[in-house]
Design a protein around this ligand. Structure first.
Ligand code: IPM
Ligand code: MG
Length: 370
């Protein structure tokens, strides 16, 4: 039986509650003989700051580097609003992304049939929706230098962030998008602001050239990021794969999440390049949502994005496709049976707790894999 090392980073807020539901599934999969998962736990974000004054410790970074995959829940919260910028909770997440070179962030927005009414859009606009947002994750304005606030000495300050992209960064993320599109509906929408940004102009040029060179079988369109935001809420089913930079990807994936009913539904995979020797990729899996401090500790959180992130790990890191499909089906069945956490509950639903949702998905899965 294959053995895999998983590092679990529950983080802050609702993080530990939703991670607990993923852990139930992981230990079931080990017991059922699907694979043997060796798990370790670490701290990231505010919880790491409280424990050792850093957003992630060196020893947890080392664990992350040696794991086959990292599963992270969420970081941040008002408790750490005043901590120095370098050690704020988000810095732990950004360091993981950067140091593991996880340049490709895959954010699938799928509307489960049972949830068409939970979306903020009309049911016919989202029924059957299946979009993959491919967000560049280690470049752009998140990491570009200079990044600073300088004192101008006249009572004024200047804040600077820098958007930088080089050819290889655009090419490798576009390649991921084209490859994914070939396995889906064969269409890529590349998005930037080429009308106002030099980096956007380069982005469009590089994507166009790569397409002509290697992927002319895939349908490619370019769409300005503002227009794409508008089209996402106007006619979202026109999209298959969307590829965009770090900042636009952050914004557009939050928009897309509401099409699926709730931000609590969207998982993500962050992947590095393929290791030439082993063919493996470094990988981190996390929900797109944040730590929701307002509902932390109240058993209200929706664990589906977290469980969906585990499913993505099974799919992309471990090649356990039938098991991944089985969990996806268990989620769909539980939703079809009417179970709803508060975020996706309609006016007549009686919401279930975080662990009731997790348990129901596990029980459903046992019917297939038990
Ligand atoms: C996300 C989050 C992060 C980001 C935050 C927590 C730093 O919003 O993963 O979308 O901006 O990338
Ligand atoms: Mg975000």
């Amino acid at each position: 039986m294959a053995a895999y090392k998983l590092l679990l980073l529950p983080g802050d807020g609702i993080g530990p509650e939703i991670m607990a539901e993923a852990e139930k599934l992981i230990s079931f999969l080990s017991r059922a003989g699907v694979a043997s998962f060796e798990t370790e736990k670490g701290l990231v974000g505010g919880s790491a700051y409280d424990a050792h004054g850093q957003a992630i410790s060196e020893s947890d970074m080392a664990l992350a580097k040696s794991a086959d995959a990292v599963l992270l829940a969420a970081v941040g919260g008002p408790k750490w609003d005043g901590v120095p910028y370098e050690v704020r909770p988000e810095a732990g997440l950004l360091r993981l992304r950067k140091d593991l070179a996880l340049f490709a962030n895959l954010r699938p927005a799928i509307c489960y049939p049972a949830l068409v009414d939970a979306s903020s859009l009309k049911p016919d606009l989202v029924d059957g929706l299946d979009i993959m947002i491919v967000r560049e994750l280690t470049g752009g304005v998140y990491f570009g230098e200079p990044k600073e606030i300088t004192d101008l000495g006249n009572g004024q300050k200047r804040g600077v962030d820098t958007q930088v992209y080089e050819t290889y960064e655009i090419e490798r993320i576009a390649r991921i998008a084209f490859e994914l599109a070939r396995k889906r509906s064969n269409k890529v929408t590349s998005s930037e602001k080429a009308n106002v940004m030099k980096s956007g102009l380069l982005w469009r040029e590089v994507v166009t050239a790569l397409h002509a060179r290697e992927y002319s079988d895939v349908q490619l369109e370019h769409m300005l990021a503002d227009a794409l935001g508008m089209q996402l809420v106007r006619r979202p089913k026109q999209f298959d794969v969307i590829v965009t930079d770090n900042l636009f990807g952050d914004l557009l994936s939050d928009v897309a999440s509401m099409l699926t009913g709730s931000l609590g539904m969207l998982p993500s995979a962050s992947l590095g390049g393929e290791d030439a020797a082993t063919g493996k990729r470094k990988a981190l899996y996390e929900p797109c949502h944040g730590s929701a401090p307002d509902i932390a500790g109240k058993a209200l959180a929706n664990p589906i994005a977290m469980i969906g992130s585990l499913v993505m790990a099974l799919r992309y890191s471990f090649g356990l496709i039938p098991v991944a499909d089985a969990i996806d089906k268990a989620i769909a069945d539980v939703l079809a049976a009417g179970l709803r956490t508060a975020d996706i509950a309609g006016p007549n639903d009686k919401p279930v707790s975080t662990s009731q949702m997790g348990d129901a998905i596990l029980a459903e899965l046992k019917k297939t894999l038990g």
